[in-house]
Design a binder for this molecule. Structure first.
Ligand code: SAM
Length: 243
């Protein structure tokens, strides 16, 4: 059985896809999708020797080596241009996911969908997608073992596409929220609209963390600390306005 998190990622992969799962660890996601017949081919990429070995074992022992090719390498260097339609990158920080996409841009030609699950730093992933013309088409949020995960699905840039206008702007100019671009990149345009209990819980707990930091900063007489506290307070106000 897959974790709820991986299951939700799997749901975002369309039937008939050729998949690359980057940072595949034990290749659980491609194995699950191959067993169900969802994907026709997969590359499981791993940069580290331990997980690379584990992925190979998993794929061989489940007899899926005719579908899944386990390859060792950094980020998208394990795939050839045009080899896959969908790329999943899950379970790492947003900064790393964005840097893998940035370094691998030449491999994204022909890729129609990205399914990304940053553990932290979601805003860096949304900002990368926006800057490179990828349209965010959906966001999911899930709580499992006291952790909250976000899953971002994006489709490839199209000529003349204005992802920003369609996805972000309607919220920026709506009467319901006073969100600005940066706070929406953090909190997620779809998740903000949906305002699910898990998402509210996530941001309430972020606010609590920021409150603790501010309380600690307020003990100090240093101008730099006061400055930092003012910044955090402004940030908290912006989050509260959206919640
Ligand atoms: N994707 C799986 C999941 O979501 O359950 C595994 C997540 S695991 C926490 C992150 C994996 O990414 C590790 O196995 C690590 O070796 C791999 N990794 C980290 N940086 C990578 C990179 N630049 N290229 C390929 N794999 C990488």
């Amino acid at each position: 059985r897959l974790s709820k998190r991986l299951e939700m990622i799997a749901e975002q992969v369309p039937a008939g896809s050729r998949l690359a799962d980057i940072g595949s660890d034990h290749a659980l996601l491609p194995s699950y999708l191959a067993e169900r017949g969802t994907i026709v081919r997969a590359v499981a990429g791993e940069v580290n020797p331990g997980p690379f070995e584990a992925a190979g074992k998993q794929v061989r022992s489940s007899g899926l080596d005719h579908i899944i090719d386990v390859r060792r390498g950094d980020g998208l260097e394990v795939i050839a241009p045009g080899e896959v339609d969908v790329i999943t990158i899950a379970g790492m920080g947003g900064a790393l996911i964005a840097s893998i996409l940035e370094a691998g841009q030449a491999k994204l030609d022909g890729v129609s969908r990205l399914v990304l699950q940053p553990n932290v730093g979601e805003s860096l992933v949304r900002a990368w997608l926006l800057e490179h013309g990828w349209t965010l088409i959906g966001e999911r949020i899930v709580e499992e073992d006291d952790k909250i995960y976000e899953i971002l699905t994006a489709v490839a840039p199209e000529p003349g596409d204005t992802a920003y206008t369609r996805v972000y702007e309607p919220l920026l100019f709506s009467e319901e929220t006073t969100a600005d671009r940066d706070v929406l990149l953090k909190m997620g345009p779809y998740l903000t609209r949906e305002a699910s209990p898990v998402w509210v819980k996530k941001w309430r707990s972020e606010l609590e963390k920021l409150e603790k930091i501010c309380a600690a900063l307020s003990q100090s007489d240093l101008e730099a600390s006061k400055q930092k506290e003012r910044e955090f307070r402004r940030e908290m106000n912006r989050i509260e306005e959206v919640l």
